[in-house]
Design a protein. Structure first.
Lengths: 186, 186
DNA sequence: ACCTGAACACCGTTCAAGT
DNA sequence: ACCTGAACACCGTTCAAGT
């Protein structure tokens, strides 16, 4: 059967994500990943450029794990599902998730989700010119809120976050209506 | 003159912020801070609990350095000034600034800015019940956008960010109007 | 091709000891 | 009260060497 690789990139990222989930950001070290794989730390460098690349890989994995809502359901519901997914992911990885705001949103995993958001906004009837702006606004807000909630930034009871989201949902509906009317006038 | 302390918390945070500005997050180590102060790393522990406390101190300093707009100018302008300050701070500290989303927003430095935002929103005529929600929405968005811009998350030309902000400004004006009308009807 | 040994230049943090 | 010496248990990363 020849000489097979003992480890590969997939399994390296698997255990990195696993360690992050259990012990947070600081628990993800080259040595810890290597140990859990039964290999020396140096072996990882064949599958990962460096530690930054390792974290990028974990982030990409988090994005790809998010299940996209079916395009047949109402756009409001689709956005809600995506927002809930962001919140759940942030809860599971409160120290790694925030890095999303600091990495290019042009990886396949990121484009996939941005596409789903844009699609929902188009189905909402938002003018095409508004879509990219609204997408960046919504995704920034979602990541920011999910991060804040997961890391306790708002310190109040959790109901406050729910109320914020209800407020935001109301705004969003109003906004879509407003922009549709503005486009119709033009 | 007795035995004076050679260093104190203020100067420790000074050089920590300085190192962060020059070399980013990774450049802020206990040893680097100590060296620049002409002291051993262990001496820092009298003035700072640990490394997390050191970063909290730097963050608080960044918040306190932000100049609040004069209450006499129009609310739109005040929000713009605050947003510009966030963007400038993020540019200066692209690796430390993002931590703002992961720390309680209840320190004196944070409350100071939240107060300024709330004040502007009240002057805009936003219903009182909406103010706390809108404040969290705006501050999350501002930190998120400033972080994205400073770390190159949107990868496009910088004009895109300006266009996003123009879009957001337009939305904000419409929204305030909408909520005022809603409150008037109720 | 893939992993290891040895080595380098760092880390954060403690504790008892000095002044 | 404040800083230091010595020490501990780690880090990420390299490079030549093994198979």
């Amino acid at each position: 059967m020849g000489r097979r690789a003992l480890i590969d990139r997939t399994v390296v990222l698997d255990v990195a994500a696993e360690l992050a989930e259990d012990g947070g950001f600081a628990a993800v070290t080259m040595q810890a990943v290597a140990e859990r794989l039964g290999v020396t730390p140096m072996a990882l460098y064949r599958h990962v450029n460096d530690k930054a690349d390792l974290f990028d890989g974990v982030l990409e994995r988090l994005l790809l794990e998010i299940e996209l809502p079916d395009e047949s359901v109402a756009w409001q519901e689709r956005l809600r599902v995506l927002a809930d997914a962001a919140r759940a992911t942030a809860q599971r990885h409160p120290e790694v998730f925030p890095l999303l705001l600091q990495r290019p949103s042009t990886t396949p995993g990121a484009l996939r989700i941005r596409g789903a958001i844009c699609s929902a906004l188009r189905d909402a009837g938002l003018p095409e010119d508004d879509v990219p702006h609204a997408e960046r606004l919504l995704s920034t807000l979602a990541v920011g809120f999910a991060t804040s909630e997961a890391t306790g930034r708002f310190e109040g009871p959790d109901e406050a976050v729910e109320a914020d989201i209800a407020f935001l949902r109301e705004l969003l509906l109003d906004l879509v209506e407003l922009r549709r009317q503005a486009a119709a006038r033009a």
